[in-house]
Design a protein around this ligand. Structure first.
Ligand code: NCD
Length: 315
C-alpha cells in the first residue's frame, strides 16, 4: 500500500488500507520518540505553517513538535494577531503564505469545509486541524491508534462515544475511522445532542440515551466536551444537570468493564463530563492519547511528503 494523496482533509474519504498505513507508520514514529535522539531529517528544508483561526493548545503544539522532529521549519500563525482580523480573506492569506514557499498548511477553522475549500487551489499540502463541527482527522487517528495499541485490535471492539456528538468534529472523525476498521460504535448523550438519525451513518453505529446501556459491554469510553462555542441555542438545562445524567463518576464505574479504557481528547472539564478521580485513574489513557498524537501527526506529515514506511525500519 502506498500513499498518494496530497492533503489530509477528513477520514470519511480514506479507505481502511489508507487508515491502516497511517497507523502503522505512526508506530515507527512512536518508537522514535522513545529514543534519546528524537529527530529525523525527513522534512529538512520544508516549511510548515500552523494556521489556527480557532483556539487550540494540544493540537497546535503537537503539529509544531511533529514538524520540528521531522526537521522542518515551522511558523505559527494565530488569527488574533493577523490580517484575517483586518478583513483579509482566507484565500488571500493562503496565497501569501504560498508566496513564502509554504509546503504544508495545517488549518484549524471554525467553518466546516474550510480545508476542503483551500485544497481546491492550494499548491501546499493542506492538513485539517479541525474544521467547525465537521472533522478532526488527526484526533480520530490518534484515538484509533491508542485503542489499537491498548487492545491489540479494532475489529469487533465496542466503543462508546459519550457527550456532545452533534457539534463534535472529534466524534465524526472517530466514527469514520472506527467503523471502517471494524469496530462497533455506540453514541450516547442527551437526545438534543445525539439525534437518532446518526444511526444512518453506518450499520455498526447505534444511538442510546441511556447511560447504563452505553457503558455496559463497552471496551472503550471516549468522553467529549460540551462544545458551548458551537451551540447557538441552549441544548440542555444546565451543566449540573448534564453531569448528573451523563457525567462519568466512580459510582457509574460499576457498569463498566474493569479493563475498559477511558479516553478524552481534551480539554477536560473536570466535574462535568468526568470526575477527576477517573481522569487521573488507572483506566484513563488521556495523556497517552497526547503522546500518540505526536506520532500520528509525524506519520501524516511524512506520508504527505512522499515518505515510505519501508524507509523507517522496524518499529
Ligand atoms: C478538540 C477540538 O478542538 O476539536 N480538542 C482537541 O483538538 N484536542 C475537542 C474539544 O475542543 O473539545
Amino acid at each position: 500500500m502506498t500513499w498518494n494523496r496530497r492533503h489530509l482533509l477528513d477520514l470519511q474519504s480514506l479507505s481502511p488500507q489508507e487508515l491502516t498505513l497511517i497507523l502503522d507508520t505512526a508506530r515507527h514514529f512512536k518508537a522514535l520518540g522513545e529514543r534519546p535522539k528524537k529527530k529525523v531529517p525527513a522534512l529538512l528544508g520544508k516549511t510548515v505553517i500552523n494556521l489556527f483561526v480557532e483556539p487550540s493548545t494540544r493540537t497546535r503544539i503537537s503539529f509544531e513538535l511533529a514538524a520540528v522532529r521531522l526537521s522542518a521549519d515551522v511558523i505559527n500563525f494565530t488569527a488574533e494577531a493577523s490580517s484575517l482580523k483586518k478583513g483579509e480573506t482566507l484565500k488571500d492569506t493562503i496565497r501569501n503564505l504560498e508566496a513564502l514557499q509554504a509546503d504544508f498548511v495545517i488549518l484549524r477553522h471554525n467553518a466546516s469545509g474550510a480545508p476542503h475549500f483551500l485544497s481546491r487551489f492550494a499548491k501546499a499540502h493542506i492538513v485539517n486541524g479541525g474544521d467547525g463541527a465537521h472533522e478532526h482527522p488527526t484526533q480520530g487517528l490518534l484515538d484509533t491508534f491508542t485503542i489499537r495499541e491498548k487492545k491489540g485490535r479494532l475489529d469487533g471492539l465496542n466503543v462508546t462515544i459519550l457527550g456532545d456528538i452533534l457539534y463534535s468534529r472529534v466524534a465524526r472523525s472517530n466514527l469514520w475511522a472506527l467503523v471502517k476498521l471494524g469496530a462497533n460504535v455506540t453514541l450516547c448523550g442527551p437526545p438534543t445532542l445525539v439525534p437518532k438519525q446518526l444511526e444512518s451513518f453506518h450499520p455498526n453505529v447505534r444511538v442510546t440515551w441511556r447511560l447504563e446501556e452505553a457503558l455496559r459491554n463497552a471496551d472503550v469510553i471516549n468522553l467529549l466536551r460540551i462544545q458551548h462555542e458551537r451551540q447557538r441555542v441552549t441544548m440542555f438545562p444546565s451543566t449540573g444537570e448534564y453531569a448528573a445524567l451523563f457525567g462519568l463518576n466512580p459510582a457509574r464505574m460499576q457498569w463498566v468493564k474493569p479493563d475498559a479504557l477511558i479516553m478524552h481528547p481534551g480539554p477536560i472539564n473536570r466535574g462535568i463530563e468526568i470526575e477527576s478521580e477517573l481522569a487521573d485513574g488507572p483506566q484513563s489513557v488521556i495523556l497517552e492519547q497526547v503522546t500518540n498524537g505526536l506520532a500520528v501527526r509525524m506519520a501524516v506529515l511524512f506520508l504527505l511528503n512522499g515518505g515510505r514506511s519501508s524507509e523507517l525500519g522496524h518499529p
